[in-house]
Design a protein around this ligand. Structure first.
Ligand code: HPA
Ligand code: MG
Length: 246
């Protein structure tokens, strides 16, 4: 429609202007899937600067990524997703348990974008549960321990939402599994991608933060089921590691 075209032109002008000023570098098709890199020597913020549940007082070293920053970054990812999926409905496949907060907030931001542009995207969320970690170590075997029949994915545009991607072993297995249902397209959103040897950056279409290879908790990420109730992403302390070890 004319109105849509005018809006697009306005937007293009806006982007061109911003780019000229050196801002918004990443809004073109080829550039936009930018990655926010957290450097190896980033120690995190002092705990004293933020609020957090008192029961974790001794169990954390620092606030690695504050909740507000996580939220702003997810809002940005929602734009990328919306652009890529266009008018297609999105079959969201949330990888539990760690992905539940990311998934919930991402879907919410996608819905807000729809409301604001009067172009609602249909979203449907399904859950899949995988387990491969004990303490802070990855174990060899991957279990898909909770999943209903995924045959409704056939011909649909699928967004896999996962909290952490490191070597990508889990993600590869999951992609293979999802692929058997012959979806139209599959994209992967990873809130965190870890810099490990053979890192799986290429598997992840939407990366929230690229982080060093260290164990983090909070924002639904756990250490033996603890810390999921923490809003920030934090670095666990020695005390915390000992206290909740099994
Ligand atoms: N934290 C919590 N769970 C995880 C991590 C992590 O850093 N890596 C893989 N699973
Ligand atoms: Mg876990």
């Amino acid at each position: 429609s004319k109105e849509k075209q005018r809006a697009q032109e306005q937007y293009d002008d806006y982007v061109a202007e911003q780019k000229e000023r050196g801002a918004m570098k990443h809004l073109t098709d080829t550039e936009r899937h930018d990655v926010l890199q957290i450097k190896d020597d980033w120690p995190g913020h002092s705990l004293d600067l933020f609020t957090y549940p008192e029961h974790y007082h001794e169990d954390m070293e620092s606030v690695y990524i504050p909740h507000g920053v996580i939220m702003n970054r997810i809002e940005r990812l929602a734009h990328y997703v919306k652009d890529d999926f266009g008018d297609d409905g999105i079959m969201v496949l949330c990888v539990l348990k760690g992905g539940y907060k990311f998934c919930s907030d991402l879907v919410e931001f996608i819905k807000v974008l729809g409301r604001n542009s009067n172009k609602y995207t249909e979203t449907r969320v399904e859950f899949i549960r995988l387990k491969s970690y004990l303490n802070d170590q990855s174990t060899e075997d991957l279990h898909i321990i909770g999943s209903r029949d995924l045959s409704f994915l056939r011909g649909k545009s699928v967004l896999i939402v996962e909290a952490i991607v490191d070597t990508g072993k889990t993600m590869k297995a999951l992609l293979q599994h999802v692929g058997t249902f012959e979806p139209k397209m599959v994209k992967v959103a990873g809130l965190l991608v870890k810099r490990v040897p053979n890192m799986a950056q290429h598997l992840t279409d939407y990366v929230g933060f690229e982080i060093p290879n260290r164990f983090v908790v909070g924002y639904a990420l756990d250490y033996n089921e603890y810390f999921r109730d923490l809003n920030h992403i934090c670095v666990i302390s020695k005390t915390g590691k000992m206290k909740y070890k099994i």
